[in-house]
Structures are given as structure tokens and as C-alpha cells.
Design a protein around this ligand. Structure first.
Ligand SMILES: [Zn+2]
Length: 499
């Protein structure tokens, strides 16, 4: 689906739109409406149940959004969390230099320095795309939002630029509370803040975003995996050294590309999440390895998780798998003067970190784009039932006292367990269409047979299936069980540790 259509759909169906919209909005900030907020929650729940709840010694944390300055100096963010800014000398418009260059078709690597970019600007005679004016020299621009705390605003802090730091800061206390076992997984779903120079493409580049991240702390000398169950699974991987994405088994990733087993196992884990649980077609999902200048210096191995999203114009990053070594805990040991190393397996060492990182907003957008289907007679958001914002719609077939009474009582009973919408406005066809557009997998209609004692269908309702449009009579007393069977998500069914 194209970008404009997705933006229009999101606004008209209660998904998301610019924050403070009635005042004209503010670039890079979005609000979720009643449908979008539910979809986001569903994604987070499925993510948690698969990545966190199925892990041994894996837990969820929650943490402050504002951090004092010191940890972000130690982590390197205060000095290095920069984009390169460039300004037009004539119209004074600011651009993110790498984005401007790639939009003009000039190849630039992700980690290019200001000097390298200046050189390119001169060599390629880059002019302002708005007014053709000359460009000034580039300068680094720190993307963190600083805040000043206290009555005199004398203490400097920052809105956290990523959720990962919140977890590293809590590692040592949790390690001790959780009986000093490794691997230990600490996950956090929460907001991160980045003063993006040019927010764009809807939920792709935002100034306030939600991340879902799992940090796994482990002993690099003892963390090993029996790949058994996933070793023959084929994944799409674009290796840094290669010129093309290839379809390759997990076993070959380990043997041919010297990727550690624990890393390859987590690639398979993520691949299963996208293809089996989120139902993304295999051909639209891949790993993209970062190397050279485009890889963060602290990552030993860095793969972006990419999905081919039409409204973003191709494969785009929706997450990443990062082997961050002991960089983070070492930095915070030094910054805080507290030794965060651990004593186990007969050695004293700094745990290593494997980070599984996901942009929640990007994944929500991607799900809408990929599951949206428009045909001649209808538009349907074909989300898996467990991701659908509403599980069912409940309709009285027509205005009739008995029918409406029964429909309302069904709605009341179902809503204690499920998200269900009651709709009695307009024709039944119109009501089906409204539910299709927001992905509701089942529509439950109460009709004359339901309330007519002499009917063979007394005390049953019609259940209409979103995708096949087939209809089935279901007993009212079986409805809770019916819905549970269809919309409950059991992540253990997909998880490799249960295969
Ligand atoms: Zn200009």
C-alpha cells in the first residue's frame, strides 16, 4: 500500500495520526487512536510472550525515562549520539546530511564522518534541493533531548535515547536478586527520545518512539546452543561481504560465515517470530548485516532485521540483533566506579550482551501495510486473529427488543474476557465492512432464530469469519470457548525450545 493511502487509512480508522493534530501537529510525534493503541498492545503482548515468557531466567523491567547526565557520558551518547547536520546558506533549511545525499543518489555509508561528507558535497556539487543555494560545512548534531531538573533547572539530564541503557543500569542489582545465574534476560518495552533532524515516513522516523528490547547477559565462554531443531531452517541473509541476499540454513550460517551458534540461534528465533507469528511472507523478510563504517564500533556482530514495506519503498529496518560484547557493562563500571563484573564458573569476568531490539511503532506500521488487502468489493486488514485489535463484533440483526436484549447480554459477557465491539448502526453489510477494515476476525449476529423458541437454531448465533466470509451457527453458551480457541495466542507452539 502506498504511503498516502496508509496515512489516510490510519487517520480514518482510529489507528494513528500526528500528535496535537488540531493545532497542526508536530513533526515526529504521533498519537495512537482506539484501534491503533490496541494493535500496539497486541504486538507488545505477543512479543513478550514469545521472547520473554518462553525464556528461562528472562524478565521484564520498567524504568525512568529521564536519566542523569553521567550514565549517558559513560555510555558514549553525550559525545557520539550524533547525526551530521548541514544547512543551506541561502534559505537556511537544515538537512540530515546522509539522508540528503542518498536522496540525491550519492552513495554514502551510514557511519560516514563529517569530513567525508563535506568531501562528497564538494565533489558532487550538492546544492540545496529547495532553493539551489550553496551548502555550508557540516557539523555534528547530538540527537538527545536535554532537560534541566530542579527549581533552578541546574541539574542536567536527558530523555533516554534508547531503552537499552536503562537495562544495563539495572543489571547488577537484578543479577544478585535473581540468584546470580547467566544467561539472564532483561527486557523492557518503553519510550525512547531522539531529536531527529528530519522525521519522516509516518512511524518510521519519530522523535518519540517505543522500543521493545531484550538484553541477554551471558558468559561468552560457556553459552552454547544445540542447534538441532533450527539448524536446517532457511533464512534470508544479506551478508556484508555479499552483493545479494541469500537463502541459507542456520547450520551454514555458523559453518560458512563463522557466526557464533548463540547468534545464529537467535536469528532463527527472530525469523520464526516474523514468518510464523506475525505472518510476514518469507520473501519480505531478511537479515541485513552491517559492517565497516555502518556498524556501531561496540558491536562485534550487527544485523538489521528488515521487512519489505511498500509504503516505505522497499526493505527497511524494523529491529536489530546486536552482539554488544562487554562494552556496556565495562563503560558503566568505569563511569560509576562500581565493578559490575561477576564471579562464576570459577572465573571473574564481565558478562557479554546480546541485544534483540525492535521498534514497536515501525512494526505496527509494517503490520498494517502488509496485512491490508483491497479488492473490488471490500477492504480487509487480514491480521492474525491474535493480533487483531478487536476479537469480535456483536450485532443485533435489526431493531427488535428481544434481539437487542440478547445481543447486549452477549456483548456484556464476552467483554469481560475479550475486546468486542457492539454495533447496531446501519445495514449488516455496512457493519461487516467496518469490522473488516480494522481486522476484526469474527462478527457475531443475533437474529430472529436466536430468540425464537420454536426455531431449531434457538439460542445460537451466526458467526461470520472475516477472511473466508463463511458463516457458522454457534451456541451462545459456546461463544467464550469458541473465541478463546481462535484468538488466544500460544507462543510455545512456535518457539524452538518446544519443537
Ligand atoms: Zn536552500
Amino acid at each position: 500500500m502506498n504511503l498516502d493511502d496508509l496515512v489516510a487509512l490510519a487517520k480514518s480508522r482510529g489507528l494513528f495520526w500526528p500528535a496535537a493534530e488540531i493545532y497542526g501537529g508536530s513533526a515526529g510525534f504521533y498519537d495512537y487512536g482506539h484501534v491503533g493503541a490496541l494493535l500496539k498492545k497486541r504486538f507488545e503482548n505477543v512479543w513478550t510472550s514469545y521472547f520473554v515468557d518462553q525464556g528461562d531466567n528472562y524478565y521484564i523491567l520498567d524504568a525512568a525515562h529521564i536519566l542523569p547526565e553521567k550514565p549517558l557520558i559513560a555510555s558514549g551518547h553525550a559525545a557520539l549520539f550524533n547525526d551530521i547536520l548541514i544547512q543551506c546558506t541561502k534559505c537556511k533549511t537544515y538537512f540530515r546530511a546522509d539522508v540528503l545525499l542518498s536522496e540525491l543518489g550519492v552513495k554514502v555509508s551510514e557511519g560516514a564522518t563529517a569530513a567525508q561528507i563535506d568531501e562528497l558535497i564538494e565533489k558532487e556539487h550538492v546544492k540545496c534541493p529547495k532553493c539551489k543555494g550553496a551548502m555550508a560545512k557540516t557539523k555534528p548534531f547530538n540527537m538527545m533531548f536535554d532537560v534541566y531538573l530542579g527549581p533552578e533547572r541546574s541539574e542536567k539530564g536527558y530523555l533516554r535515547p534508547e531503552t537499552a541503557q536503562s537495562v544495563y543500569l539495572n543489571f547488577f542489582r537484578e543479577f544478585n536478586i535473581l540468584r546470580k545465574k547467566l544467561p539472564m534476560g532483561l527486557a523492557l518495552i518503553g519510550k525512547a527520545y531522539r531529536n531527529e533532524i528530519s522525521p519522516r515516513q509516518g512511524l518510521y522516523r519519530m522523535r518519540e518512539l517505543t522500543q521493545a528490547e531484550l538484553q541477554i547477559f551471558f558468559d561468552p565462554e560457556t553459552w552454547d546452543f544445540d542447534l538441532g531443531k533450527v539448524s536446517d531452517r532457511k533464512l534470508n541473509v544479506f551478508f556484508y561481504e555479499a552483493k545479494d541476499a541469500q537463502r541459507i540454513t542456520v547450520k551454514e550460517i555458523v559453518e560458512r560465515h563463522k557466526v557464533p551458534k548463540f547468534y545464529a540461534y537467535h536469528m532463527a528465533l527472530i525469523d520464526i517470530f516474523y514468518t510464523d507469528i506475525l505472518k510476514i511472507p518469507e520473501s519480505k523478510f531478511r537479515f541485513f548485516e552491517k559492517g565497516g563504517d555502518s556498524k556501531a564500533f561496540y558491536n562485534k556482530l550487527h544485523m538489521d532485521i528488515e521487512v519489505d514495506v511498500e509504503s516505505w519503498g522497499g526493505f527497511k529496518e524494523v529491529g536489530g540483533l546486536h552482539y554488544r560484547t562487554d562494552y556496556d557493562l565495562k563503560s558503566h563500571s568505569k563511569g560509576s566506579n562500581q565493578d559490575l563484573s561477576v564471579n562464576m564458573n570459577g572465573r571473574k569476568f564481565m558478562p557479554n550482551v546480546l541485544e534483540l531490539s525492535f521498534g514497536v511503532d515501525r512494526n505496527v506500521w509494517m503490520l498494517v501495510d502488509l496485512h491490508f488487502e483491497k479488492s473490488e468489493d471490500r477492504t480487509v486488514l487480514k491480521l492474525p486473529a491474535y493480533l487483531a485489535p478487536f476479537s469480535a463484533g456483536v450485532f443485533p440483526l435489526q431493531h427488535d427488543e428481544n434481539i437487542e436484549r440478547v445481543a447486549q447480554s452477549i456483548h456484556k459477557r464476552l467483554r469481560t474476557e475479550f475486546k468486542v465491539e457492539y454495533d447496531d448502526a446501519g445495514s449488516i453489510g455496512r457493519r461487516y465492512a467496518r469490522m473488516d477494515e480494522i481486522g476484526t476476525p469474527f462478527c457475531i449476529t443475533v437474529d430472529f432464530d436466536t430468540v425464537e423458541k420454536s426455531s431449531p437454531n434457538h439460542e445460537t448465533v451466526t458467526v461470520r469469519f472475516r477472511d473466508e466470509k463463511k458463516q457458522e451457527r454457534v451456541k451462545i453458551s459456546d461463544l467464550n470457548q469458541f473465541l478463546y480457541g481462535h484468538v488466544h495466542h500460544d507462543s510455545s507452539k512456535s518457539h524452538p525450545s518446544f519443537m
